[in-house]
Design a protein around this ligand. Structure first.
Ligand code: NAD
Length: 511
């Protein structure tokens, strides 16, 4: 059988370079790495591989733009206008963006298009939020007025993963830029293509040179990601990626006491009670784990099903999983495309083999028919999965789901909480009291009741336990990217302390 080929997008650049201080540049040592297309696994473009020296140049450019340029000093309204322009441009280039994202990452084109729209919306949202923001002020009757000055912090280091790369970059770029910071973005090495579109978009929208800087390359010690985390002039790191990487970054940032936001891995439960709308629950849980090729942090990859409906659920779920359309990423009818990279494909396939030893396979379990090359994994369903199984405990990050039965609400909760992760939870029941009770006690940063993971951009996003540190989304992002300086104004009746009247003065001051 001939090897599969996907349609190459138009206007591919010749190579992917860094963008520093408003200029496209190669790595200082000239090093590059190959970027693979997930359908052929052949290199289709070279990207510059950044190291410490490249990060130093990018941070210096960002610092200069922050200290000397107009960006942090602009009125929120002025930055907001530019952010809206960015959103307009992203929207107008949705097709091109989606084609590039899909070719680079293996995501189905329709889903990549949806993510491009979401990226535009992220910019629009933060453009609106910074102008609508209510400033804090406190009146202490007769004594003081206190107000809070929100100030951009400086150079923010943004480190992003390869799943939905463009959208996840927008998630950090939107609030970091809206609040007046300058940034250095280090996108994931598996998928650098769509990030190379940001400079053109930002230039066209009027973002001054040096405000946005891009350094491509790897994350490990001595490479771009690690060097960004260890740079003393970068007080903030916003990271999305694996929990293990988050731990390493946490350690490396500690000597500098950096502000950290960590959006990490997940193994989220979808709990289906006997009184649920079964049709809706099956549709949503099939979509929840197989969309975005299963490479979704909030995937409901453990489904817990109450015993009375277990057999019916399993039968219908497996049938539906078998109907999910696997195809070329560029084909608009494709529902599951190719996994991002052969390394990740091997990892997911190794879990499929582990699952065959640990549980009962009812759908998938290998390559889909007709896809003998490329990183293709058929939507795979394991049932009767025990809680100590590795496929129950560990994040697979592919189109693989573990289904486990339970009897009581207490057992469901115990199973739901029985992993190190705590990102999302999905609850399917028609009993509101049960749903709320479960939501209160489940260890998850985000809970959806009778819903897939639609999220209003105002709500907090983040996980507990090994799934993250801090929250982003809405005002939480504004908080993360700003210093909040309190200014206390004496209205005339605050008596300055004099020794001899220490008790009164001490009662009103902090340590
Ligand atoms: P990863 O941790 O391997 O890499 C993420 C980024 O970190 C990449 O840019 C990488 O180059 C960089 N990096 C690696 N080592 C580094 C180091 N020592 N210092 C600095 N940077 C370093 O993650 P991945 O495989 O790209 O992405 C998949 C993971 O991301 C999954 O675990 C998924 O759940 C998680 N994720 C979480 C969310 C969320 O919001 N919670 C969203 C998307 C993805």
């Amino acid at each position: 059988m001939a090897a599969l080929q996907d349609t190459k997008p138009e206007n591919l650049p010749e190579s992917i370079r860094h963008y520093i201080g408003g200029e496209w540049v190669d790595s200082i040592d000239g090093d590059t790495f190959d970027v693979l297309n997930p359908v052929t696994n052949e290199p289709y473009i070279k990207a510059a591989s950044g190291k410490k020296a490249d990060i130093e140049a990018a941070v210096a450019a960002a610092k200069k733009a922050f200290e000397e340029g107009p960006w942090p000093k602009m009125l929120p309204r002025e930055r907001s206008r530019i952010l809206h322009k960015i959103a307009d441009i992203v929207e107008s280039r949705g097709d091109q963006l989606a084609a590039m994202e899909s070719y680079d990452s293996g995501l189905p084109i329709t889903q990549a298009l949806g993510q491009a729209r979401r990226a535009a919306e992220n910019f629009r949202f933060f453009a609106d939020l910074v102008v609508a923001q209510i400033d804090d002020a406190y009146k202490v009757p007769g004594r003081q007025v206190n107000y809070v000055n929100r100030k951009p912090i400086g150079v923010a280091g943004l480190i992003t993963p390869w799943n939905t790369p463009f959208m996840l970059e927008s998630w950090k770029l939107g609030p970091a830029l809206a609040t007046g910071n300058c940034v250095v973005l280090k996108p994931a090495e598996f998928t650098p293509l769509s990030a190379s579109l940001w400079p053109g978009i930002f230039e066209e929208a009027g973002v001054p040179a040096g405000v946005f800087n891009l350094v491509n390359g790897f994350g490990e010690e001595g490479y771009a990601g690690d060097s960004l985390v260890k740079h003393p002039d970068v007080p903030l790191i916003s990271f999305t990626g694996e929990s293990r990487t988050g731990q390493i970054i946490f350690g490396n940032a500690a000597p500098y006491l950096k502000g950290l936001s960590m959006e990490l891995g997940g193994k989220s439960p979808a709990v289906v009670f006997e009184d649920a709308d079964l049709e809706a629950a099956i549709n949503a849980t099939v979509f929840g784990v197989f969309s975005l090729n299963g490479e979704r942090c909030t995937a409901g990859s453990r489904i817990l099903v109450q015993r009375g409906i277990y057999d019916e659920f399993v039968e219908r779920y497996a049938a539906q999983a078998k109907r999910v359309k696997v195809g070329l990423p560029s084909d608009p009818s494709t529902e599951v495309g190719a996994l991002v990279h052969p390394e990740h494909y091997e990892k997911v396939m190794s879990y499929v083999e582990i699952g065959k030893q640990e549980a009962r396979l009812v759908a998938g379990g290998g390559r889909p028919e007709g896809f003998e090359t490329g990183n293709y994994v058929a939507p795979t369903v394991f049932v009767d999965v025990k809680p100590d199984a590795r496929i129950f405990q560990e994040e697979i990050f592919g189109p693989v789901v573990a289904i486990t039965p339970f009897d009581t609400d207490e057992e469901a909760l115990e199973l739901a909480n029985n992993t190190k992760y705590g990102l999302a939870a999905y609850i399917w029941t028609s009993d509101l009291k049960r749903a709320h009770n479960f939501a209160q006690n489940v260890e998850a940063g985000m809970v959806w009741l009778n819903s897939n993971n639609v999220r209003d951009l105002r709500t907090p996003f983040g996980g507990v336990k090994a799934s993250g540190l801090g929250h982003e989304g809405g005002y939480r992002s504004i908080d993360f990217y700003t210093d909040q300086q309190a200014v206390h104004i004496n209205l005339g009746e605050v008596h300055n302390p004099v020794f001899g009247k220490q008790e009164d003065a001490a009662a009103k001051t902090d340590g």
